[in-house]
Design a protein around this ligand. Structure first.
Ligand code: THU
Length: 130
């Protein structure tokens, strides 16, 4: 199964009663393992937790830390752009040249790198003298 297909499959489990906007994300790590996440909203904070954050949380919970590839999908007129917070979360665990494929449920895709998604990212290196 492709990474985008994994994202498409997990999207079906999204809990998005407030936005009615279901998102699925899947990532492959440097070990080749795939972790998936969907957005999960709640009444107090209707924006909830993003799909990308869910996939990253699953990766970390399994003890992995290095993202090699990402796919995100939603029913969107254009390939779904990750929110700012998710761009930062992806950049925490992925090198600047890692490919993030954005998709629509209709099959359109857009390949971007982490550096393109978050130019000038704040990284742990910026705290070297902190
Ligand atoms: N959402 C994601 O899961 N990922 C994104 O990259 C963009 C937005 C979710 C959050 C919320 O549940 C819904 O989409 C609407 O913002």
């Amino acid at each position: 199964m492709s990474l985008m297909d994994a994202a498409r499959t997990v999207r079906d489990n999204a809990y998005a009663p407030y936005s009615n906007f279901k998102v699925g994300a899947a990532l492959r790590t440097d070990t080749g393992t795939v972790y998936a996440g969907c957005n999960v909203e709640n009444a107090a904070y209707p924006e909830g937790t993003c799909a990308e954050a869910g996939a990253i949380a699953a990766m970390c919970a399994a003890g992995e830390r290095t993202v090699a590839e990402v796919a995100v999908i939603a029913d969107c007129p254009v390939p779904v752009p990750p929110c700012g917070g998710c761009r930062q979360k992806i950049a925490e665990f992925a090198a600047p040249d890692v490919v993030v494929t954005l998709g629509t449920t209709d099959g359109a895709t857009l390949r971007m790198t982490v550096a393109e998604l978050l130019p000038g990212a704040f990284t742990p290196a910026h705290m070297a003298d902190g």
